[in-house]
Design a protein around this ligand. Sequence first.
Ligand code: CAA
Length: 395
Amino acid sequence: MRPAIGIDAVAICVPSAYVELGELATARGIPAEKYLHGLGVKRMAIAGPDEDPVSLAVGAARRLFASSGRDAGDVGYCAVGTETAVDHSKPVASYLHGLLGLPQRCRVFEAKHACYGATAALLGAVEWIAAGSARGRSALVVASDIARYELGSPGEPTQGAGAVAMLVTERPRLLEIDVGEYGSYARDVHDFWRPLHRKEALVDGHFSVSCYLDALQGAYADWKERAAGAALERSLYHVPYPRMAYKAHRRRLAVDGIGEADADARFAVEVAPSLRFASDVGNIYTGSLYLSLASLLAGGDRPADGTRVGLFSYGSGCGAEFFTGRVAAGGAAFAAALELSAPLEGRTRLTVSAYESIRRADATADRRAAAGSEASAGRVAFAGIDGRERRVYLG
Ligand code: CAA
């Protein structure tokens, strides 16, 4: 029998600063309850001038190797899912490969399909191993993004930033993935998009919510036709904001014929523990589903070994996948040792006006001449560009 394949270890990296959503609501003249309960977000992470999808990806990957005891020299596949890439051609994965010093015998690429990109990279890694290409090596998959909408727009409270790094191996220590049992869905829609000249996304907000729910229903129905086995005990969703996961779980339960009367109690057990990180960080786009996984594994109520988990990945535009896994033997104890929530501690709280200044400077950040920036506390920092518009990183 083929050995199990899946996620061996996970680590997150978030910017060093955040904004309290209650304070943002006050500044925008909106009742705080709308953000805190209507959307379910408490804080959103704000990337500073020296933080970008590359520095966040490196931060998550370095933490992954340090905490898991795995060797970066064993990596043969390095893929980054992002929808906020730093270059139209050179992939974030190449910067990551260089800054980590990964082997040259390595498949390196960036995957884009809105928030689904990291799932394409992850399932590609699983199939790379299943096909026999890995020859004992591991795959590094990192999701890294900075979510930006116009200041003052309805999307503003659903911003965030961060990266999630995952190591994919045979005999994984955290989550065994049910290889090949995927349900897919796609439809050409304009629910959320970001033209090449823009840093901030454009979105048809309420339409995007209905596209997400339709995609969930379609991908889940496809998955149900091909998958077998025990019922799902935990469900992880793409989380643009935590309340979206609540809507998603109700829709999925409805497909199973489970009525509204049982939905809240099931949500509290099956989904809520996976939303703690998202309510502290905001939407991190490609990494948001995997931030839910990290949140689930980090909590005091982490699932027992063997627990069956459903994962729903949604990418606007749109494409979606529903797939499943099982917590590996010893997975709960190993997850505790990874100290997954440590990066959320010790962050700096920004005033709303400080956040707005960062955003104004953001417009020209990619054209800043490299000088004067320093890496701190072992972090990689984006320093600016050199005379030939090449990005420079320190640390
Ligand atoms: N107290 C408590 N709750 C309140 C409230 C108050 N005073 N005022 C409003 N609310 C509730 C509303 O009832 C609503 O809850 P329900 O959805 O359960 O009915 C919730 O707060 C939001 O209120 P609105 O719908 O009126 O908010 P809005 O019009 O400002 O827009 C949004 C909400 C569409 C999500 C907007 O934030 C947005 O456009 N976000 C970006 C797009 C997005 O996140 N889409 C999600 C699906 S697409 C995707 O997943 C890809 C991705 O990552 C972007």
